[in-house]
Ligand binder design. Structure first.
Ligand code: DON
Length: 572
């Protein structure tokens, strides 16, 4: 219709609509840009991406005071334990990949929680062999032996320049002086408040209600514990007063952790897992992490010409991606576990023959009709676990994910310590075929045994080119972690997106069981056609939040804290 043929009234209406559209587009663009600017930072010397602005700032300040990347990491990690008690804490555990530019070596520190010595395969089953609801999730019995303090202090001792006092100063101040409660924290408290013990409620509730957004959260007991760690080092947490408080409280409340468990806790140094992908070397955390399954999926896709599929035939691309994810997660449930207790066939899973075999299978499925049924796992929230990526212009780097597992872990605070205890025992298979809080199905290799480490989805990862550090990346998000890292890597290495777009772009996720594609809303138009092939969808925001730092060849740095969350990176 020509504009000339319209009446003057119609023309006015048309112009008005046009103006509204322009204003709306402008506002949308401005909001997107504002989100991008708070989620992205650029620097020439140092960059860090975390899940809270003040944790990123803590890392940067410690670096500027003469610390190195490793000091900055430890500072940011202790700070985030204070700032995101729903996600991680001193009584949690994690993994860290550490690269020293000077030696060129990469090390993998496993300081994840371990099953206490009193733990046994059927500890969460009743006399009829039925799972006792929530026993691996809430309360004293759900707690694994924590590793964060020992892990972080080991890395600090080995690599740090500054004293523990200087490095823990920001965390101590945030605990003692407090900080403003943000929306995510308020919601997490509200969701967890009924299962919290009295000590936890006294910190996070006022008159029975969750602390409101904008109010100040002060954690004096936690401040005292941090102060004692500054004085006594890791011994404070594993042998001295704090250890005794944990053991006493456990005994009083029929928990399993003893003083001996704490004294015997060991950080395990593992051999980092490496693959070549095109001209890159990708390094991830070995089992009991899920890095191997992330690699398996990546290797399926490496030779499938996904660049042209992505632009010319997105439906075919997404089918391939989804089927590759399903295969990876099927293998995870069969083969995943603690390699010190059962054999995890890492080499076989990544061998050319196995991958070729499975690739044929994946390709076949991605071209034929698939009939699926699906049910939604009980949790889709993203309040828990955290990741820190940090790097300097020389290529010193840390990529570390840590956690208390579910939102506020076991929801137990040890009285007088301010410590939120993890519930990472839920990451074990309580029985073969049962699923955990993230809907992940456990196999026999992940059954509970004393001193064993539960299988994890946390997969801190590095990417190098010609031996030079390029990217440090990782994410919280339970079962969504490996697929979020995978797609960010593909976005960056295959589809040439900017670092920010690589993280922010919409994602899909499939974990084999339930047989359901989790896709972000802005992919719905693109993907609806797949319903014709029998795929079932749940359109929802991706539960994982990616934290990435990238280094250009000239040393310039880019840091991105996923815009899906409230984190802000920092750089200079
Ligand atoms: O290690 C794991 O796989 C889980 N404990 C991680 C939990 C997590 O990322 C929760 N995030 N939403």
């Amino acid at each position: 219709m020509s504009l000339l043929k319209l009446s003057s009234k119609q023309r006015k209406l048309f112009t008005l609509l046009h103006i509204i559209l322009v204003i709306f587009s402008f506002l949308f663009f401005t909001v997107c840009k504002a989100k991008e600017s708070s989620s992205y930072a650029r620097g020439n010397t140092f960059a860090i991406a975390t899940d809270h602005e003040l944790a990123s700032e803590a890392g940067k300040k410690v670096f500027q005071k003469g610390g190195n990347v490793f000091d900055a990491y430890v500072a940011a990690s202790f700070a985030i334990s204070v700032l995101r008690p729903q996600s991680t804490g001193l009584a949690g555990g994690g993994f860290a990949l550490v690269k020293s530019a000077k030696s060129g070596s990469i090390e993998a520190y496993d300081f994840r929680e371990r099953a206490p010595q009193l733990a046994s395969e059927k500890m969460y089953l009743d006399s009829k062999g039925e799972i006792i609801e929530n026993q691996s999730l809430f309360g004293y019995k759900a707690v694994g032996v924590p590793g964060n303090v020992k892990g972080l202090l080991t890395i600090h001792k080995r690599y740090g320049y500054l004293s523990l006092e200087q490095v823990l100063e920001p965390a101590l101040r945030l605990a003692n002086e407090g900080f403003s409660v943000y929306e995510d924290l308020h919601l997490a408290i509200d969701k967890s408040k009924t299962e919290m013990n009295e000590a936890a409620q006294s910190i996070f509730l006022r008159n029975g209600n969750a602390l409101k957004t904008g109010s100040v959260l002060v954690q004096k007991d936690l401040g005292n514990t941090i102060q004692k760690i500054i004085l006594n080092g890791e011994k404070e947490f594993y042998e001295l007063e704090t250890a005794n408080s944990i053991a006493r409280s456990m005994q009083l409340n029929k928990g399993f952790i003893s003083l001996k468990d704490l004294k015997d806790y060991k950080v395990i140094e593992r051999k980092p897992l490496k693959i070549n992908y095109k001209q890159y070397e990708i390094i991830s955390f070995p089992p009991p992490s899920s890095g191997v399954f992330l690699f398996e999926i990546l290797k399926f896709l490496e030779h499938q010409n996904i660049q042209s599929l992505y632009t010319d035939d997105p439906i075919a691309y997404y089918r391939l991606l989804i089927e590759a994810m399903k295969q990876g997660y099927e293998d995870r449930s069969i083969h995943g576990g603690d390699p010190d207790f059962s054999f995890v066939p890492v080499e076989a899973l990544l061998s050319r023959d196995y991958l070729a075999d499975r690739t044929i299978e994946v390709l076949r499925k991605s071209r034929s009709d698939v009939k699926s049924s699906g049910e939604i796992p009980k949790t889709l929230e993203s309040y828990n676990t955290t990741h820190i990526s940090v790097m300097d212009s020389m290529g010193n780097a840390v990529s570390s994910t840590h956690s208390v597992n579910y939102i506020f872990g076991s929801r137990i605070v040890i009285p007088g310590t301010g410590l939120i205890m993890n519930d990472t025992m839920d990451d074990f298979a309580t029985s073969v075929g049962s699923s955990n809080a993230y809907g992940l199905v456990g196999g026999s290799k992940n059954l509970i045994e004393a001193n064993k480490t539960p299988l994890s989805s946390m997969s801190p990862t590095f990417i190098q080119e010609n031996g030079q550090m390029l990217i440090a990346i990782g994410a919280p998000g339970g079962s969504f972690i490996p697929t979020a890292i995978l797609q960010t890597i593909l976005n960056r290495l295959e589809f040439a997106m900017s670092p920010y777009d690589a993280v922010a772009s919409p994602r899909v996720h499939h974990q084999n069981q339930p047989n359901l594609v989790f896709a972000e809303q802005n992919l719905s138009n693109k993907l609806r056609t797949l319903e014709e092939f029998g795929y079932k969808f749940k359109f929802t925001e991706n539960r994982a939040k990616v934290f990435m730092v990238e280094r250009e060849k000239n040393g310039h740095l880019h840091a991105v804290s996923d815009p899906r969350g409230q984190g802000t990176p920092s750089a200079y």
